[in-house]
Design a protein around this ligand. Structure first.
Ligand code: ADP
Ligand code: MG
Ligand code: MG
Length: 914
């Protein structure tokens, strides 16, 4: 019989912090806090295995579990000195979900389980607090009907029709009719009346009665937690976060402590450091006479935890430090102890019951990228963590956010603040207002930038929050759902902008008497919490000294080189600023697109439409100047670092002019008719150009095209060398599938090389000759390719395209469904498909090195900046990855993570061997 139930509390604790897989994060940490002697209400955790067995058993509790639960419940009763379901001294319980990693708001909690018509009188008598008892009862009815009777049953009421919304509506109506402002104003009679009304409404809407039996409530609560694991919202969240379905969730059953017993009771949420900035200051929010998620729900503006961290929204409210100074001091020292024990910033929940403090949760706190970086560097200085730990503390994806734009301070100074809220997610964002999450997704699909504006967000909004540039809410604090989720993603977010009145049903919001509708543009400064009308400019947020320090540390542990893909001297400079150690891909054809491309493009077209060698050479001769200029400027910017120049790659027909004006110009310059231009163009038409006359195939059929480019490269390098400057070009031949292609091209290169040496009267130019590996056949024959090539650069875009037989440009039609239905785990064009394409790469590296042990290997596909792909490249023994300039720091960090992880795995395996 498996052990399904683990106790925790001051008397007996079975679990530990490192048992997260079995007990979930919440359960493992409740056990750990109990072990540390921190006051935690007694309880027990039902394992994730039990959840899995439950589903395997057709959603029935597995055998033996019931007895274990009853036994553990006895222990809780003994420790608390109360009895569940007792008439005189009833124990109340909470049922709390907790998966391995925290899934904010995904799973549901039911508080006050055990209140019913037979236990209510006893509890009133015992506490002499009738108001408290009925306040707890109305909360139980609300949570239970919502979580257990509706959500867990898979009932999907329409927007605004959910039972919880309906019950809250009843309360709001009552409050209004009595002129109350807060829920704390409700009197005993009001609460009693509410409980009756609630039960009636539940019967009417759900067709069943609220259970009046403690044990029935308890098992309903436990089952609902399990069921919620397969609820729609939890499944959607797992898809986004890549959490496997078979982890399951644990259930925690815990003795209730009450923050709603009056004004010497309270509940709160806090962070051991500021999760938005990383400041080493105890930071949090609390509410007197409140229970559970009141702080997070945004019904009342929460109070600040201490004087030091008060802000504009809560300045007028009492801090816990002032209101209950002794308890604050106790809480303060507990949070210090917890942080030191876990050696990381913790997110904690606590409740004060009539002057006694209880801890209800601790977990590693979510944080912005900025905070992650600052904390890592600070904790290293404090000697709380090691260098390696510091490097591992920042996720590569989080760096992205540090490199993200912020609102231009100059523009901001001139602009007038429209509304203020709490700075919940950093950086700047501007976009069009939408009020519904679905609309955010929809608009984004149409290529629009949107700001999702809500009163507050809930788990149903997650997809829309993802799609939005920024999130703005009128309610809620720094621990509200919106803030938690945005912080996790590093998304620009402002919460609790209370002066805004949001009416999402009518699709408008009002601020200071002015109305804004869907589609109006606003700008958010998520770092400060300011909202502006219209669109403000953005600037880059680099040059932070903490960032520089951190990246130095990263480079200390990284083995893999990081280069950038850059096509212009300007890109090259940006790349170097971000720490690129070279350019892994310079696409010659870039000069034919966009700005200043007019003249070279014209010459290229002339070349393409030439019908004789002479015509072509004439055009190439003129084009030479432009190619050499760009090559030289880029080599110069990289100052001796390697630059990989890819010879002309795309199919020629891409460049054929379609408009008459351009055709006429070309006809004139070539001395032919417009009709002839059209005819030659049609002649170049291909059915399947991506697999057509492109890459090395052009170099084979038109050797003079390769010759011109190679000459430009050598002469640029020679010129720089002569001027006392360093240059290190790498000539890369694209789209190869056979060694003989390389042999042919090498002949041209050797020839030109000799000529350039002679012309410049020099003995040598440093360079390498290599090839892009992007056709599966080239991987299979890599041992032969490497006899000519001095380096390989895996072109994983084409390799994926040809390996899968998926056209990259047409994948939109089916990829979504492939991902939804889990046929594929991820988009292989974003992250290397390690199972399949990864084998081709691995084979290519191994075979290549088998005939050329000095073969330099890198990757230049889009995936080069994807952290998981970087780790893969490290593992197969590449020398470098190359990615877009802005992803260079991310790749550097991913490479350091890969090296550290590999070293620690290596240690583990040797340990195991011994
Ligand atoms: P979440 O996973 O959303 O954090 P929790 O299980 O932590 O949900 O519970 C929601 C709220 O209820 C929290 O504020 C928590 O502190 C409170 N809570 C849970 N169990 C108890 C309890 N036994 N006594 C008092 N408050 C509780
Ligand atoms: Mg919750
Ligand atoms: Mg919690």
């Amino acid at each position: 019989m498996p052990k399904y139930v683990y106790s925790f509390g001051s008397k007996k604790t079975d679990g530990r912090a490192d048992m997260k897989n079995l007990l979930g994060g919440k359960g493992a940490n409740l056990a750990e806090m109990s072990r540390l002697g921190i006051p935690v209400p007694a309880g027990f955790t039902i394992t994730t295995d039990c959840c899995n067995d439950y589903f395997a058993n057709k959603a029935r509790f597995p055998k033996g579990m019931k007895e274990q639960v009853e036994k553990a419940l006895k222990l809780v009763e003994e420790e608390m000195g109360m009895k569940f379901g007792d008439l005189a001294n009833p124990l109340l319980l909470s049922s709390r979900s907790g998966a391995r990693s925290s899934m904010p708001g995904m799973m549901e909690t039911v508080l006050n389980i055990g209140l019913c018509s037979k236990t209510i009188p006893g509890l009133i008598k015992k506490t002499k607090n009738e108001r408290f008892v009925y306040d707890s009862y109305r909360r139980l009815i609300t949570m239970y009907s919502d979580v257990v009777m509706e959500k867990a049953e898979g009932i999907e009421p329409g927007e605004g029709k959910g039972i919880r919304v309906q019950l809250d509506g009843i309360m709001d109506k009552l409050k209004k009719s009595k002129g109350y402002k807060n829920d704390t104003d409700l009197k005993v009679e009001d609460l009693k009346h509410l409980c009756d009304e609630y039960k009636k409404r539940i019967r009417k809407v759900l067709g069943r009665s609220f259970p009046d039996e403690p044990m029935k409530q308890l098992w309903g609560g436990i089952g609902a937690v399990f069921k919620s694991w397969n609820g729609k919202r939890a499944v959607a969240y797992r898809r986004i976060e890549g959490i496997p379905d078979d982890w399951g969730t644990a259930t925690n059953v815990q003795a209730m402590v009450f923050g709603n017993m009056g004004y010497n009771s309270a509940t709160g949420v806090a962070f051991t450091r500021n999760p938005a900035t990383g400041d080493n200051k105890f930071y949090g929010e609390w509410l007197p006479n409140a229970q559970g998620e009141d702080v997070v729900a945004g019904l009342r503006t929460p109070n600040p935890i201490n004087e030091e961290t008060k802000n504009e929204q809560n300045m007028h409210l009492d801090s816990l430090e002032k209101a209950m100074s002794k308890l604050y001091r106790q809480l303060y020292s507990i949070q210090r102890k917890i942080e030191r024990h876990y050696r990381d910033m913790q997110d904690i929940e606590f409740t004060i019951q009539e002057g006694r403090l209880y801890m209800l949760q601790t977990r590693v706190g979510k944080r912005t990228g900025t905070a992650a970086l600052n904390m890592a560097v600070d904790m290293l200085k404090e000697r709380l963590i090691t260098e390696k730990m510091a490097v591992m503390r920042v996720k590569p994806e989080q760096l992205d956010e540090l490199l993200h734009p912020i609102v231009d301070p100059v523009a901001e100074k001139k602009a007038e603040v429209l509304a203020r809220g709490l700075p919940a997610g950093p950086g700047g964002a501007s976009g069009q207002i939408v009020f519904k999450a679905d609309d955010a997704v929809e608009w984004r699909k149409r290529g629009k930038k949107v700001i999702l504006v809500r009163e507050e967000t809930n788990p149903e909004d997650v997809a829309g929050m993802r799609a939005a540039e920024g999130i703005l809410t009128s309610r809620g604090g720094m621990t509200s759902h919106a803030a938690l989720v945005a912080r996790g993603w590093g998304k620009c977010c402002i919460v609790g902008a209370g002066m805004m009145h949001v009416d999402s049903v009518a699709g408008k919001m009002k601020v200071n008497g002015k109305s804004y509708r869907e589609g109006d543009i606003i700008t958010l400064n998520g770092t400060k919490g300011y909202v502006y009308e219209g669109k403000l400019g953005m600037i880059d947020a680099t040059e932070n000294p903490q960032f520089q320090n951190f990246m130095r540390l990263v480079d200390k542990y990284r083995k893999l080189g990081v280069r950038a893909n850059a096509d212009t001297p300007e890109d090259a400079r940006v790349a170097r600023n971000f720490g690129a150690q070279g350019i892994g891909l310079f696409r010659t054809e870039h000069m034919f697109y966009g700005e200043k491309s007019e003249k070279p493009l014209f010459l290229l077209r002339q070349m393409i439409l030439s019908s004789t060698l002479e015509e072509r050479k004439n055009a190439l001769g003129k084009l030479y100047k432009y190619v050499k200029h760009d090559v030289k400027a880029t080599l110069e910017a990289m100052n001796g670092l390697p630059v990989t120049f890819r010879l002309l790659d795309p199919p020629l027909h891409e460049f054929i002019p379609q408009d008459l004006e351009k055709q006429r110009e070309l006809a004139d310059s070539l001395g032919i008719s417009v009709n002839e231009v059209k005819k030659r163009g049609e002649f170049l038409h291909e059915v399947n150009p991506m697999m057509g006359h492109r890459g090395v195939r052009l170099g084979i059929t038109y050797p003079e095209v390769s010759e011109m480019q190679v000459r430009a490269i050598f002469e640029a390098a020679a010129g720089l060398n002569k001027a006392g400057k360093r240059a290190f070009p790498e000539i890369m031949i694209p789209v190869t599938c056979d060694m003989n292609e390389l042999i042919e091209q090498k002949k041209i290169i050797d020839e030109v090389y000799k000529e350039v040496l002679k012309k410049f009267k020099i003995r040598k130019i440093n360079y390498l000759l290599g090839t892009m590996i992007e056709i599966p056949r080239a991987c299979l024959l890599a041992d032969r390719m490497a006899q000519i090539a001095e380096f390989f650069s895996f072109g994983t875009n084409d390799l994926t395209q040809m390996g899968f037989g998926f056209s990259r440009d047409d994948i939109g039609e089916f990829l979504g469904e492939y991902l939804d239905r889990r046929i594929l785990k991820a988009d292989p064009f974003q992250t290397i498909d390690q199972d399949g394409i990864g084998q081709l790469i691995d084979m290519g590296v191994t075979k290549g090195r088998s005939t050329n042990k000095n073969l330099k290997v890198g990757i230049c596909g889009e995936q080069g900046g994807d952290p998981a792909s970087v780790k893969f490249c490290n593992r197969v023994g590449m020398n470098y990855v190359s990615c877009s300039p802005y992803r260079v720091p991310i790749a550097r960090l991913a490479a350091a993570h890969a090296a550290i992880e590999e070293a620690s795995e290596g240690k583990k395996t040797t340990k195991n061997k011994r």
